[in-house]
Design a protein around this ligand. Sequence first.
Ligand code: ADP
Length: 186
Amino acid sequence: MNLLIFGPPGAGKGTQAALISKRYKLTHLSSGDILRAELKTGELGAKIKTYQDAGKLVPDALIITIMEKAIIKNIKKGGVIFDGYPRTIKQAKTLDKFFKAKKINLDAVINLNLSETEAVKRALSRGQTSGRSDDNIKTIKTRFTVYNTQTTPLLKYYKKQKKVINIDGQLAIATVFKTIRQRLDK
Ligand code: ADP
């Protein structure tokens, strides 16, 4: 099984993806985490950091290369859950082509719904412990604008493919996970 988790910044994608990956034995591929790891080791680190700190998307060509490398490395181990990728139509179309070429099927897109107020609150409170330089109010606001303009069109794209599972992401972590499990086990 290959899944994609979708939702605004602060929706709990990372948290739920970790629980899902454990339960269904999927590799968790978080583009944010992969990029942050790249900051430490890769030569592209400085460039990536400028985008992340501003709350802007890393250019498509760059993220596509990085993610394809990560997918190839992990797909042989079994299913994956994508978290934070794709985030633009260009990324989604490229991923579809890549899947087709590799005969990989994307089974479902889990869409975590929650209000912007709640999402901002969560991202801000995470910032107090995560040490993530982009979890501050100014950057969070930009990340939301980016999400609303560049990323939400993906929902329509995946709805056309009949892959979207809508989940209320406003509830407690365990409740959200329980709902996801019920939907996936069907
Ligand atoms: P969140 O989902 O809370 O916004 P992430 O850790 O997924 O946080 O992403 C943090 C940052 O990493 C983004 O603001 C962006 O700069 C970069 N990033 C992550 N995924 C992508 C992507 N698919 N395309 C472009 N940039 C990305």
